[in-house]
Design a protein around this ligand. Structure first.
Ligand code: SF4
Ligand code: SF4
Length: 358
């Protein structure tokens, strides 16, 4: 059987939301699918399609209209970082003498502690050239990816504005954490810069987070983590401190997606394909930007797909991951022996972080 094909019929069962003419008129002349490289068989750097200066984006008018609506809402306005200045700490002349494992321990301890906003996930990846957005390349060898968990109950109010409030709160926490960690590394004598959402930084964070052990790409285009499902947001630090990569963590989430239709049915504009696509030289799950954006822009940022994902339900992901690991072991071994549980980018057990997902 072709592993890229769904195992059973994934025909949609729910009505499809139709975008109003006014929003469609704001969409750019070039489809997002083309900008994102759908159907392209060779690798290339990604193009920035959202969360940058609107006058430089093909779909910038949609983003600008959406931003105006956010700013017109008193609570959402207060949650946005409208004054986003941060002066990086000076780089110390004396370099801290640690080996790569010691550096990973140092940055993990800082990021998961109170000075680092007590983030729930930390992982390290060696930067690949095609992660840099075109025109935004830097000369850093390492990316430290941070994950901040969302309150699932608030996330699940999407498409109400209360879901966007939670998203902004966690993006802000992730950004504070990334900047604090970058300043900490600079104080130890190495270059570092921190980035957090929702603005697009210089680099794609999702593939970096997957390599850094955060989990697997789900059909909804976000990562599924073995502890938190998809109920978290990303931030990152770029650095030349001498680090070592974290192990990737495959536990069967992508395989689970092939038999699941929850997000494809839940997505109002039908933007989540039941099949994988070739995108810039890689076959993977990919969301249809041209269908997602009109709904996303008229519903406070949406997030329905990641809230509806069974892995995101509070407490569900560890159980599902264990089930998938057992299934995989049965497939691979005639004796049905459990394989060793792989490592993950997660750095603190659930008992220590508490269930923040409501
Ligand atoms: S709802 Fe979650 S598990 Fe189901 S297909 Fe979508 S991403 Fe995969
Ligand atoms: S964010 Fe909303 S519109 Fe976009 S893919 Fe997810 S559910 Fe669909």
């Amino acid at each position: 059987m072709d592993a890229s094909r769904p195992r059973r019929s994934m025909e949609r069962r729910t009505p499809v939301w139709q975008a109003p003419r006014a929003v469609l008129d704001l969409m750019g002349d070039t489809p997002g699918k083309a900008l994102n490289g759908w159907g392209e068989t060779t690798e290339r750097p990604p193009t920035v399609v959202m969360w940058a200066r609107p006058d430089r984006l093909v779909h910038g008018r949609v983003q600008a209209t959406m931003t105006e609506e956010f700013l017109a809402h008193p609570e959402l306005r207060a949650s946005l970082r409208t004054d986003d200045r941060h002066d990086p700490a000076p780089i110390a002349e004396q370099r801290c003498d640690l080996d790569p494992a010691g550096w990973v321990e140092e940055v993990t301890n800082f990021a998961t502690g109170p000075a680092g906003e007590s983030v729930e996930l930390v992982g390290v990846a060696a930067i690949r050239p095609n992660w840099w957005f075109e025109g935004r390349e830097r000369d850093y060898p390492w990316i430290i990816v941070l994950g901040v968990v969302m309150d699932h109950a608030r996330l699940a109010t999407a498409p109400e504005y209360t879901s966007a409030l939670e998203v902004h709160a966690q993006y802000n926490r992730g950004t504070r954490a990334a900047r604090a960690l970058a300043d900490h590394i600079r104080g130890l004598g190495y270059r570092a810069e921190g980035h957090g959402g929702p603005g697009a930084g210089p680099i794609l964070m999702v593939p970096a987070a997957i390599e850094a052990g955060f989990g697997e790409l789900g059909k909804h285009g976000s990562i599924i983590n073995r502890h938190f499902g998809s109920s978290f947001r990303l931030a990152a630090v770029l650095t030349d401190a001498p680090l070592v990569a974290s192990p990737a963590d495959e536990f069967g989430a992508a395989d689970f997606c092939r038999g699941c239709r929850v997000c494809t049915d839940a997505c109002p504009p039908n933007a989540i394909s039941p099949e994988t696509r070739m995108v810039r030289g890689t076959r993977k799950w990919a969301v249809d930007f041209d269908r997602c954006l009109p709904y996303f822009a008229t519903s406070y940022g949406c997030g329905i797909c990641i809230a509806a994902c069974p892995w995101s339900r509070p407490g569900a992901a560890p159980r599902l991951a264990a089930n998938m690991t057992r299934k995989r072991a049965r497939r691979l071994s005639p004796t049905g022996a459990d394989p060793a549980s792989p490592g993950s980018g997660r750095t603190s057990p659930p008992a220590e972080t508490g269930d923040r997902s409501g």
